[in-house]
Design a protein around this ligand. Structure first.
Ligand code: NAD
Ligand code: MN
Length: 348
């Protein structure tokens, strides 16, 4: 077996603190998976402040030509406009055509206030919507006027819809909820909604999705229902911005953003990435929860065909959570990032 090459992009803040945990978990699998080669790649806001570029061409080049898959940490994108800066993760998703962000949110035993069980997956369209970042500002009669383009295409909506149906079919409950705001945005969200709902009628589908039940929900009331009765959701498919917001919201239901993994997936490449950001409020203290990053590594491995390895990592994470002794402060514990990593790798 040839070795596997994994591009590692820790980027900024706690991204640098949690990615080593993901690497340690993969290494703990030992010889049950092919030999792993980790290739450290540059990207991020800090790199931008030193060099004037947030995502060097070389990084994209190496990912495309040498890597089998990748892991991304987190990036710090300032809220003010910084000339010449553009978020490298948003750019990477587009450049590598990683059109789906798959975000499973599942409760283990740590359910604050005895909340009902959550077991859902948010499938977020990853290339368009407001994230095309075409913004302009002019001055009009009432002062400054800012505008943003929101792009929804049939192609992107169809491929994310196809993936959502496929994933729903693979899950026990086989239920899909299409998230939109077509009551207001009937043209853009209307196109998303109609295109996703039409997937079962596409040529070649031939009744394959007959077992999938489909519902739809306006995004605002979807958040409401998510908090009141999260158990009604199985697979949720959403345009980029709604999917981003919904998955952070769902993370609150399972105790912490530091638990929720994702993969950015395209037809020929996959990049694992925790759902959380660079968390400047806790960066540099070795207290960031590494479990989202570790679970992202497992998802990435499963995606490239190493489901057994992924299972072993996920079981180890679940058992650490269920036991509840070695936890970072976001989950009410006192342990350091590195102690949680050690506890997980010991169990792999
Ligand atoms: P955030 O996800 O970084 O943090 C939100 C809150 O959750 C903070 O209180 C943080 O301490 C906590 N948290 C997040 N991850 C945690 C972990 N692993 N362990 C323990 N606690 C954790 O979101 P934010 O504060 O809105 O954004 C901070 C920066 O991150 C911004 O610059 C933003 O642009 C960036 N960001 C990047 C990504 C990405 O890289 N994909 C995603 C979201 C935000
Ligand atoms: Mn987010």
């Amino acid at each position: 077996r040839r070795s596997l090459k994994i591009g590692m992009l820790p980027a900024d803040g706690i991204g640098r603190e949690v990615l080593p945990g993901a690497k340690a978990a993969i290494l703990a699998l030992g010889s049950s998976i092919p030999k792993m080669e980790f290739i450290d790649l540059l990207a991020g806001f800090e790199y931008f402040t030193k060099t004037g570029t947030a995502l060097p061409d070389e990084t994209v080049q190496i990912l495309k030509s040498e890597c089998d898959c990748a892991l991304f940490g987190a990036v710090s994108s300032p809220s003010r406009k910084v000339t010449g800066y553009s978020s490298p993760i948003v750019a990477l998703r587009k450049k590598m055509d990683l059109y789906a962000n798959i975000r499973p949110v599942k409760s283990v035993s740590i359910n604050p206030e005895g909340r009902p069980g959550v077991d859902l997956v948010v499938i977020r369209e990853n290339t368009e919507c407001l994230y095309v970042k075409q913004e302009t500002q002019t001055v009009g009669e009432h002062g400054k006027e800012a505008r943003a383009t929101r792009l929804i295409t049939e192609r992107a909506s169809r491929r994310i819809g196809e993936l959502a149906f496929k994933m729903a079919l693979e899950r026990p409950r086989k239920h899909l909820t299409v998230i939109h705001k077509s009551n207001v945005l009937s043209i853009t969200d209307g196109l998303f909604r109609e295109t996703v709902r039409a997937v079962p009628t596409l040529p070649g589908v031939d009744g394959k999705y007959d077992d999938v039940t489909v519902a739809e929900q306006l995004v605002d009331s979807a958040v409401y229902r998510l908090f009141r009765e999260p158990e009604i959701y199985d697979v949720m498919v959403a345009p980029n911005l709604y999917g981003d917001i919904l998955s952070d919201a769902a993370a609150a239901l399972v105790g912490s953003l530091g638990l929720v993994p994702s993969v950015n997936a395209g037809d020929s490449f996959v990049m694992g990435e925790p759902v959380h950001g660079s968390a400047p409020d806790i960066a540099g203290q070795n207290i960031a929860n590494p479990l989202a990053a570790i679970r992202s590594a497992a998802m990435m491995l499963r995606h490239i065909g190493y489901g057994d390895g992924a299972d072993r990592i996920e079981r180890a994470v679940d058992s650490v959570l269920r036991e509840g002794k070695v936890l970072t402060p976001d989950l009410g514990g006192k342990s350091k990032t590195s102690e949680v990593v050690d506890e997980v790798t010991k169990r792999i």
